[in-house]
Design a binder for this molecule. Structure first.
Ligand code: FPP
Length: 222
């Protein structure tokens, strides 16, 4: 969800205003996701590298996240959205962790769309944790080394209960993965747009999905 800072700068506003508008865009996209038939939507809200930002900005982002969960929980429940969090979110402040756990529990039975929010998430960190979990299973004898394959590793990823990643969208003209869903991107289609995240609308999402639908996916075959 790149481009919040630049959106604010273009308008001579503080960065936090860009993040606030970013949350409005999140809200619209989550609302649209179910209508567009998305089974799962993952949003990169805070990376394990985002702690390097000034403390004020980190505080603003955490505040926005809190308010988002509090304000939108009822709407998730009404719209069949199951909330999930990927990343080391248990390292966030205890009040945020409690809010997240409560929201996860209250939306656990919803089946229309899974909204996964990546918090304190890094793709390499996720892979290291999955590799450790697999190594542990080998060490305790519940997995034989011969069966230590891609499926066994993927079972330890934060996304283990989610469908395969089909489409990755990056906004604001950046063309990098930035440590997002590295394993899951193996056969994902990538879609880049110059649009800054606060300006990203359901129409952009529909455009990306139409483009995706027209692509031929071969998964390494011919
Ligand atoms: C990147 O833009 C955006 C972020 C690091 C934060 C994204 C967070 C939100 C939209 C709000 C919280 C999320 C939820 C799910 C409620 P940037 O700041 O790097 O912008 P720039 O590239 O223009 O500087």
């Amino acid at each position: 969800m790149d481009g919040n800072g630049r959106w604010a700068k273009k308008r001579h506003l503080p960065r936090v205003m860009g993040h606030r508008r970013g949350v409005e865009a999140v809200r619209e996209i989550v609302r649209a996701a179910g209508d567009l038939g998305l089974e799962a939507l993952t949003l990169y809200a805070f990376s394990s590298e985002n702690w390097k930002r000034p403390p004020d900005e980190v505080g603003d982002l955490m505040g926005l996240l809190k308010r988002f969960i509090i304000a939108d929980l009822e709407e998730f429940r009404a719209n069949g959205v199951r909330l999930k969090v990927i990343g080391r979110y248990k390292d966030l402040a205890p009040d945020i962790v409690a809010l997240i756990d409560d929201a996860i529990e209250k939306t656990a039975h919803n089946t229309r769309t899974t909204l996964a929010v990546a918090l304190n998430y890094g793709g390499q960190d996720e892979l290291v944790r999955a590799a450790k979990a697999m190594a542990q299973r080998i060490a305790d004898g519940s997995l034989s080394p011969e069966n230590a394959d891609a499926d066994a590793l993927a079972a330890g990823l934060d996304t283990a209960d989610m469908p395969p990643l089909d489409l990755l969208i990056r906004t604001s003209g950046e063309q990098r993965l930035s440590n997002f869903l590295l394993w899951q991107c193996a056969y994902a289609e990538l879609w880049f747009t110059e649009t800054l995240w606060p300006d990203f609308t359901p129409a952009h999402l529909a455009e990306a999905m139409a483009d995706f639908a027209a692509r031929e996916r071969r998964f390494g075959g011919r």
